[in-house]
Design a protein around this ligand. Structure first.
Ligand code: NOJ
Ligand code: MG
Length: 655
């Protein structure tokens, strides 16, 4: 059916029928905690009426903004082609390393490349297929490397380019791929481009950024930064405002400028030639800003916590920019320095593989829902390969800063809804932890993880869901050790610019100390950034680590977990091995089993006559196991008794 552009005479149902409109509405519902049934009730109402009814709350322009967003995708076909043959990343297990906190080789208290090299066997033994490194480029570290000063140099405290070459080879020799983190929505204010721009705002580099003239007291628009305060910084030396969606030293690049696009493509090509296998692309859905930089809607701003997002979270030229970057940057035109060795059936390694024609593109896409995600990563769309959908991280009506216990039932609802809205050709990334969020294990257990038995059970349950869901799992360092949130007690113990800024902002707003700390402790990104616990003592040996860990529970270090066959580590390793031997667990279809039973999360994965049953008890209480037909033989986590243990997870074969 031809696409009918929306007008103010269209109905809510018309909006919800479109991919983009559906995502926008779902996001607003999720954020406000209003159930989806509200859409059905309002379905027949015209947008003009909705506008009149709600403009008191939403302010002017809200409905028009939605209409514009929906119409912008009007003529693009969504049903892409299924990639053939199956791309490697659909069957892979990714593992994210936060290099600053992974392993320190030289005793300065900061994780580094040689530290990673010394632990590559840990990753290979776990069964990792592709390592992703958070930024290791030269940076003043206002945002721990997400503020890049030079894209072709390694940060001094992390090592040298030669170390990185060795790390790339070290991965490839073990049959693993490696990707880096491409942070190109913004650069550091210390990047040479920005420095040039300040010196000569009317020269060529002035056009690389959003440099606006104006009154030093009034920013060019009302957009706010993700890290508190306005998204604009005044530079008196240049007599200009500059846009920064993140920290005040992370200056947004102006992608409308073809020179910026060419520079980024060159950087990507340069790294691909060095042997890396692709990139995770930082906040890549934010790169296209609309002309004129219009003010953000106050209602959306209040709901989302940031003003202006609706204008750039899926900007007007995003698809065009991504297709261009794929073509000019990620498509190889020169052979790489090395490629990964082939992993053979019997677990040994064969010859190096031929280079992948296109480096993998994993998009970090905050705010993007299921349908926009499909537009960005669907087969044949030639944009990204995979995206992260962040809606899994918090239950409806909650944000990361709320001190609440995550309802595990939502985990089931999230994946059921997500998978049901995909076509067979779509493929998703499955993640629960990363360097920007507190640990999912703690969110789910809500404090009960202080009991080692609960911690182990929840850690295994989450691993089971993540490693058998239909999609590509992205593990974050420490998940395999059942890492949990940290008992920070004071702001002085935190290092993250977001936590520090937010703390100052709340303090200035007069929020009381207890309420304030509750928020910071609930949401701080530093929970996930403490040093990986290699030894029982934790930390980085004798050195004082740049950020200290506060988890001392015995049993949850690598030294204790790796040799223990009943550990959370062993569970991860065994599950990954099982995936590798049974494609039903990676590429197979997924069918939900008794989804109506509250607290029971179960599904079947099947391919070519092979069938697996995954069953979990999403609760701290015992429950009766539902009766299922067929001969069910546990392969991981048995015995399969008539009563399920608290937080039980079992993988079985159905013969
Ligand atoms: C997302 C990254 O994951 C986060 O750590 C960073 O602060 C922002 N993007 C800005 O680069
Ligand atoms: Mg070091």
């Amino acid at each position: 059916m031809a696409f009918q552009p929306l007008t103010r005479r269209s109905t809510v149902r018309d909006v919800y029928r479109t991919a983009v409109g559906r995502d926008a509405i779902d996001k607003l519902l999720l954020q406000s905690g209003v159930p989806r049934a509200a859409v059905t009730a309002a379905g027949p109402l015209r947008l003009s009426l909705i506008d009149r009814l709600t403009s008191r709350y939403t302010g002017p322009g809200f409905i028009d903004a939605i209409i514009k967003l929906v119409n912008s995708e009007a003529d693009l076909p969504l049903e892409g082609l299924s990639p053939d043959p199956v791309p490697w990343w659909q069957e892979a297990v990714f593992y994210q390393i936060y290099p600053r906190s992974f392993a320190d080789s030289d005793g300065d208290g900061i994780g580094d490349l040689r530290g990673i090299i010394s632990h590559l066997d840990h990753l290979a033994d776990l069964g990792v297929d592709c390592v992703w490194l958070s930024p290791i480029f030269d940076s003043p570290n206002q945002d721990m490397g997400y503020d890049v000063r030079d894209y072709r140099t390694v940060m001094e405290e992390m090592g040298t380019l030669e170390d990185l070459d060795e790390l790339i080879r070290g991965c490839h020799e073990r049959g693993m791929r490696i990707i880096l983190d491409l942070v190109v929505n913004h650069t550091s204010d210390q990047h040479a481009w920005f420095q040039e721009a300040l010196l000569d705002p009317d020269g060529p580099y002035g056009d690389y950024y959003f440099l606006e003239r104006g009154d030093p007291k009034t920013p060019p628009n009302n957009w706010t930064s993700f890290f508190s305060g306005p998204a604009w910084r005044w530079f008196p030396e240049a007599g200009r405002w500059a846009l920064h969606l993140f920290a005040d030293g992370q200056m947004d690049l102006r992608w409308d400028n073809p020179d910026v696009r060419r520079e980024v493509a060159d950087i990507v090509g340069w790294w691909l030639e060095r042997g890396i296998d692709g990139f995770r692309l930082d906040v890549i859905n934010y790169i296209s800003k609309p002309e004129g930089l219009p003010d953000g809607n106050a209602f959306v701003g209040a709901l989302m916590g940031f003003v202006g997002v609706e204008h750039y979270f899926y900007g007007p030229r995003l698809g065009e920019f991504l297709r261009g970057l794929r073509r000019d940057g990620f498509t190889r035109d020169r052979p790489p320095a090395s490629t990964p060795r082939r992993r053979l059936e019997d677990g040994t390694l064969g010859d190096p593989l031929p280079p992948d024609p296109v480096g993998v593109m994993v998009g970090e896409t905050p705010g993007v829902g299921v349908q926009l995600g499909r537009l960005l990563s669907g087969g044949g769309r030639d944009q990204l390969d995979l995206i992260f959908n962040f809606d899994v991280l918090d239950t409806p009506g909650h944000t990361r800063w709320d001190d609440y216990v995550y309802d595990p039932e939502y985990l089931k609802r999230f994946y059921r809804t997500y998978l049901s809205e995909l076509s067979p050709n779509d493929w998703i990334a499955v993640f629960l932890d990363n360097h920007d969020n507190p640990r999912m294990l703690s969110k789910l257990a809500g404090g009960a993880e202080r009991d080692p038995a609960v911690r182990t059970a929840v850690g295994k349950l989450l691993a089971t869901v993540q490693l058998t869901m239909r999609g590509t799992p992205f593990l974050y360092q420490g998940q395999e050790l059942a890492a949990v949130n940290q008992g920070f007690e004071h702001i002085d113990q935190l290092r993250d610019v977001e936590s520090v800024n937010r703390h100052a902002e709340l303090l200035a707003e007069g929020v009381g100390p207890r309420a304030l700390w509750r928020q910071i402790l609930a949401g701080s990104r530093d929970h996930a950034r403490v040093p990986m616990r290699w030894t029982r003592e934790g930390g980085f040996g004798d050195a004082v680590a740049w950020l200290e860990g506060h988890d001392e529970t015995p049993g949850f270090s690598a030294a204790e977990q790796v040799p223990d066959p009943a550990s959370v580590y062993a569970w991860h390793r065994d599950l990954i091995a099982l995936r590798r031997h049974h494609r039903a667990l990676t590429l197979g279809d997924l069918t939900w089993v008794r989804p109506e039973l509250k607290g029971y999360l179960a599904y079947e994965r099947s391919l070519d006559g092979e069938r697996f049953l995954i069953e979990t008890n999403l609760s701290p209480k015992q429950r009766r196991r539902p009766k299922l037909t067929g001969r069910i033989v546990p392969v991981l986590g048995g015995p399969r008794e008539s009563t399920m243990r608290p937080w039980e997870a079992i993988v079985s074969r159905i013969d």
